[in-house]
Design a binder for this molecule. Structure first.
Ligand SMILES: NC(=O)c1ccc[n+]([C@@H]2O[C@H](COP(=O)([O-])OP(=O)(O)OC[C@H]3O[C@@H](n4cnc5c(N)ncnc54)[C@H](O)[C@@H]3O)[C@@H](O)[C@H]2O)c1
Length: 292
């Protein structure tokens, strides 16, 4: 192992559970922190379920699954993170929650241990400004589902040390099937800065009656070779997640391309959040079972 033999992952929710297994599959030890025992059990069970699925699909050997799980230790006590050589936080998307937790973690790890955030829409520079030794703060932004999506954005805040950026690029390079992209700390970083206006535009066209949701996907998948059409992608991302992200970038930039389309707001108000609620642009109560 070259660098970062033990990594703390804060939060084992949707993203943290995925990040923990990506890190553990690279041969590193993971100490995963959750807010309480129930959520810790749920998070560890989600990791195990994902790895079981990989075994069933023939992508992972059973003994490798056991080895990966054996490298992940769960805790609810910040003091147990003292051996971490890097920290990746993936807790709720609220600056105050992230700052409060990272301050506690910073007090138990070494002064030069990198504090990395998986935030999608908060400013890494704002976060760094609130933490001791801000030169060791950077973004390490995975996409959902973290074990499957190749791109990982290494986000350079104004304060981030250049050596840290290089070490993070090397770190991502040791993760299976992951490609690092270095990007400055701007709203939306790189991927979401490009993706969100495109998704908002398609929602607007749907609302204007250009085509059905299905035909919009067919046009972009079969016509342009996109792997997942925009409507299907929104259902997978979660319409509430997309609304939150686009509102945050709109608030930060004032750029009208990020303004939430009225149809998106109506869908979220109606509880039509995509796959997670069984009703979105493409998934409907009729085809929900089939779509899972
Ligand atoms: N969901 C996505 O598609 C996605 C994609 C990329 C990045 N992100 C970012 O990843 C982060 C996590 O998002 P998520 O979707 O996994 O959220 P989530 O709600 O699924 O998981 C967050 C987890 O953090 C835990 N948590 C909260 N406070 C904690 C504390 N003080 N100590 C320990 N654990 C605590 C919660 O119990 C929860 O399990 C956010 O910053 C989000 O913006 C999300």
């Amino acid at each position: 192992m070259t660098d970062f033999n033990t990594i703390a992952v804060l939060g084992l929710g949707t993203m943290g559970a995925g990040i923990a297994q990506v890190v553990a599959r690279s041969g590193r030890s993971v100490v995963a922190l959750e807010a309480d025992e129930q959520r810790l059990d749920d998070g560890l069970a989600a990791v195990a379920a994902f790895l079981d699925g990989s075994v069933e699909r023939g992508k992972l050997a059973p003994d490798e699954r056991d080895a990966v799980l054996g490298r992940i230790t769960g805790t609810t006590d910040v003091a147990d993170l003292s051996s971490a050589e890097a920290v990746v936080e993936s807790v709720s998307e609220q600056l105050e929650i992230k700052v409060a937790l990272l301050e506690r973690v910073a007090a138990v790890v070494g002064l030069d241990v990198p504090l990395l955030t998986n935030t999608s829409a908060l400013s890494v520079t704002d976060l760094a400004a609130r933490l001791p030794h801000p030169e060791r703060v950077a973004g390490l932004h995975f996409f959902n589902p973290a074990p499957l999506m190749r791109t990982v954005e290494v986000v350079r805040a104004l304060q981030t040390g250049e050596t840290l950026v290089e070490r993070l690029v090397a770190l991502v390079g040791t993760f299976a099937d992951k490609d690092p992209v270095v990007v400055d700390d701007r709203p939306g970083f790189l991927v979401n800065a490009l993706l969100l206006p495109y998704l908002n535009d398609v929602i607007g066209e749907l609302d204007a009656g250009l085509a059905t949701a299905e035909d919009l996907d067919v046009a972009l998948e079969l016509g342009l070779g996109y792997r997942t059409g925009p409507m299907r992608m929104l259902d997978v991302i979660g319409l509430d997640v997309h609304l939150h992200a686009t509102e945050a970038i709109h608030a930060a930039t004032g750029d009208a391309r990020y303004a939430a389309p009225p149809l998106l707001r109506r869908m979220v108000a109606a509880g039509r959040l995509g796959d997670k609620s069984g009703h979105g642009f493409r998934v409907t109560p009729d085809n929900h079972h089939e779509g899972q």
